[in-house]
Ligand binder design. Structure first.
Ligand code: ADP
Ligand code: MG
Length: 474
């Protein structure tokens, strides 16, 4: 009889053998990343970190996450069009948070000038953890939604092949066949292609706005390859390149190096450090002003802030966006964790008191992306007690989700092969295209499972904490 995966994990000799095979399978299937030492070089690369085995995930909650995605797409899109809502939701944040404030300034400028493009392209990833309930079942709770540069839609396809292979080698044929096919990059590319088609210029290209150092380049390349399969040409440029050689014509069409740009796909520009000077901010403004289709446009970028997430969880807010769709409201709301305002005033004071009383129950989150920014445990008390004036409003407070841990081996270059107690986070990719008032595409295009050791409270794959994984549904 074939061994259960949990039994296989206990056999260290077998595990060591499987780990070698798995690393080679990762290299063969393009599950790759550039190295810390040579972050710009494709001469010497390594495998992107991943789990040796897939992680059990209950079928029902997995399906729930897939099913709600098109509603999240609609929600993000509706919020991005509601300037009053964004203004109100972010008013307290922009006063104290310089990064959000700069983004908001661009947003206001575009509102004033009027948008020069009626086609909107949204690619996002909604992330969840499965909160363990008292009866042992689990509840799907959203961690955040990423509306800019959502990554790992590319490498997800390769990790499917790796786990399918490893399970077969380990004698788990049935489990191997149960791993779902998954290629988000193909869906992301389809949406980009649809937007490009609506731009109505055959020769125009897709510009991928990149950073000059990118370790996660192969993930991006997967999207480029999927686009090329659809005969869509991509070019990669940095903010500096666009500043030096990009321009808008009288009709605000964007040109760079003699090429017209139909779509700007941001894989950069989501954290403050990626804007090295005022010049990069000016370039972002120029891109937003252009008639190229921005993915995301500035309003959609702002919709992904944690502050907006917190405001959405307040009573009656979702109803404003789906006035006659009670079922949609319920479906989305079911995925909300407790989220609490830290705005100045009574309600914010109540949040502070609650956090100080039992900080282990919460996560304190600033308006940042990329992992490693959140505050946990006693540090929450320190930050809230030492916050001056209205400084606390740069954060939101959120219930800490406590998923059921599982055992696995995290394979990472130069790390010892030891069994870890792990927590997983499920992401679902959404892609939509709107032309004027008409949604011409609205789809869920795949998933991502990331797993980390439970010793880390925070952090994603790029931050060096989480690793790529696959759900094994049960
Ligand atoms: P970022 O934009 O930096 O990715 P996230 O909201 O995704 O911010 O938080 C980063 C990480 O912190 C998540 O991947 C998750 O591991 C952990 N985390 C965030 N919010 C919670 C929460 N409410 N409960 C438990 N862990 C959380
Ligand atoms: Mg995240």
């Amino acid at each position: 009889m074939a061994q259960d995966i949990r039994d296989i994990m206990k056999d260290t000799a077998v595990v060591a053998d499987l780990a070698k095979t798995a690393k080679d399978a990762a290299l063969l299937n393009g599950v790759l990343m550039r190295t810390k030492e040579a972050p710009n070089s494709s001469e010497l690369v390594t495998y992107a970190p991943f789990t040796l085995f897939p992680t059990p995930v209950p079928k029902a909650v997995f399906q729930q996450a897939l099913d709600v995605q098109t509603h999240y797409n609609s929600l993000v899109d509706k919020i991005s069009q509601n300037a009053d809502f964004l203004q109100e939701a972010l008013a307290s944040t922009v006063e104290v948070d310089d990064f959000t404030s700069r983004l908001f300034k661009i947003h206001k400028q575009i509102l004033k000038e009027g948008s020069s493009q009626s086609v909107v392209l949204g690619l996002n990833r909604s992330d969840y953890m499965l909160d363990q309930k008292e009866d042992g079942s689990s509840a799907l709770k959203q961690i955040e939604i990423n509306t800019i540069s959502a990554s790992f839609g590319g490498l997800s396809a390769g990790i499917v092949c790796v786990h399918k292979h490893i399970l077969k080698v380990a004698g788990r044929l049935e489990d191997s066949m149960a791993i779902l096919d998954n290629n988000p990059a193909a869906g992301l590319a389809r949406a980009i292609a649809k937007a490009k088609e609506l731009y109505r210029s055959v020769r125009a290209v897709v510009l991928i706005l990149v950073s000059d150092t990118e370790r996660n380049i192969y993930d991006q390349r997967c999207v480029e390859m999927e686009l090329m399969k659809l005969n869509i040409f991509t070019i990669q440029r940095t903010f500096e390149d666009v500043h030096a050689r990009g321009s808008l014509d009288k009709e605000k069409r964007l040109f760079i190096d003699g090429m017209e740009v139909a779509v700007v796909y941001y894989r950069n520009g989501y954290v403050p450090q990626q804007y090295k000077s005022q010049q990069d901010w000016d370039t972002r403004l120029m891109l937003e002003r252009s008639s190229a289709i921005k993915c995301p446009d500035i309003a959609t970028h702002l919709t992904g802030t944690k502050k907006v997430q917190q405001v959405l969880a307040q009573p009656g807010v979702l109803e404003r966006f789906f006035p006659n769709e009670l079922q949609v409201v319920e479906q989305i709301r079911a995925t909300f964790a407790g989220l609490y305002t830290l705005d100045m005033g009574l309600e914010g004071d109540k949040t502070v008191a609650m956090a100080l009383q039992d900080p282990e129950r919460y996560v304190l989150k600033p308006q940042r992306e990329g992992g490693g920014n959140n505050i946990y445990g006693s540090e929450i008390c320190k930050v809230l007690q030492e916050a001056k004036g209205s400084d606390r409003t740069m954060y939101i407070l959120m219930d800490k989700i406590k998923p059921t841990p599982s055992h696995n081996y995290l394979l990472r270059r130069d790390s010892p092969l030891t069994i870890s107690n792990c927590l997983s986070e499920l992401g679902v990719f959404g892609a939509y295209v709107r032309q004027g008032t008409e949604m011409v595409m609205n789809e869920q295009v795949g998933h991502l499972l990331r797993t980390k050791s439970s010793v880390h409270a925070d952090g994603g794959v790029a931050a060096g904490v989480a690793v790529l994984d696959n759900p094994l549904l049960y």
